[in-house]
Design a protein around this ligand. Structure first.
Ligand code: G1P
Length: 302
């Protein structure tokens, strides 16, 4: 048994170095992770999810224009003073919350060479511990406890764990796709193969990887030898495929948690708009005014 199995997961890694080309020109000078969903930047939801699962050491892998992300998770004394002077305690609490949420660390991914490369930039900070990876494009409803379940599976079985969701067959080519074998637990499978963004005919199943992973630290050694894959980028999916075929004694073995809960995508314009509306409808402070307006708007649209 590798010594890392005994180690509890305490760290989360959040890659935030993408170019955000699907949201240009908004992302010309602002990272896409800072786009708001109602009134919070997308990345804050993801950091909150990690903290909710007990991981309050968060490493953000940043790219260009990372300043606003750093500022967001830091104190802003000037703004605090202005809000104190106005007696705006609610605003004050909100801006302090994001600074006190987690211990946030940063590492810069020099060149955007893919998700696998971004994760390998975390090696020094993570060390020989298992760790979680959360991708900012996917939001998971916190009450659906996906990450918590993945951490349990890691604790019980070792190896690495990915979150899987079943999609329509014509959607598989946008995702990492898994070949799976059942285990003695309904919501846990063993992964036997992974293919990054396959043509539908080459997909091993309709189970796709959503952006949540718990990785054994063996992934860092594997990533060093993972050649560029789909899109000429170093893919985390390819490294996990290698791990799936490795001996558990060397940190190998990959499991999947089958997720049937609420996932919201913010990766492209239409999904982002859907997520905005869904979040607004669920927010008690906004819904009262927004929902009747939305109904009327849609009625008038026909
Ligand atoms: C990445 C991964 C892919 C995964 C997806 C989930 O792709 O490479 O395997 O299914 O995230 O959102 P991206 O969306 O960054 O192209």
């Amino acid at each position: 048994m590798p010594d890392s199995i005994a180690t509890k997961v305490t760290k989360a890694v959040v890659p935030a170095a993408g170019l955000g080309t699907r949201f240009l020109p908004a992302t010309k000078a602002t990272p896409k992770e800072m786009l708001p969903v109602v009134d919070k930047p997308a990345i804050q939801y993801v950091v909150e999810e990690a903290v909710h699962a007990g991981l309050d050491d968060v490493l953000l892998i940043t790219g260009r224009s990372k300043r606003s992300i750093e500022d967001h998770f830091d104190r802003n004394y000037e703004l605090e003073e202005a809000l104190i002077a106005k007696g705006d305690n609610e605003g004050l609490a909100l801006i302090r919350d994001s600074a006190e949420l987690a211990t946030v660390h940063y590492v810069r991914q020099g060149e955007p060479k893919g998700l696998g490369h971004a994760v390998s930039c975390a090696a020094k900070h993570v060390g020989r511990e298992p760790f979680a990876v959360l991708l900012g494009d996917d939001f998971i409803h916190p009450d659906d406890r996906l990450l918590q379940r993945m951490l349990e599976v890691r604790e019980q079985r070792g190896g690495s764990v990915v979150a899987l969701m079943e999609v329509e067959h014509d959607q598989v080519s946008s995702y990492g796709t898994a070949a799976i074998d059942p285990t003695d637990e309904d919501d846990v499978v063993r992964i036997t193969d992974l293919v990054e963004k396959p043509a539908p005919d080459d997909a091993p199943s309709n189970w796709i990887i959503i952006g949540r992973y718990v990785c054994d630290p063996a992934v860092f050694g594997v990533l060093e030898h993972t050649p560029p894959g789909r899109g000429g980028e170093i893919q985390l999916t390819d490294a996990l495929k290698t791990l799936a075929g490795m001996d558990p004694a060397d940190g190998g073995g990959v499991y999947g948690v089958l997720f049937r809960g609420r996932r919201y995508d913010t990766g492209n314009k239409v999904d982002y708009l859907r997520t905005l509306v869904q979040f607004a409808v669920e927010r008690p402070d906004v819904a009262g005014e927004f929902v009747p307006w939305l109904r009327k708007f849609l009625d008038n649209l026909q």
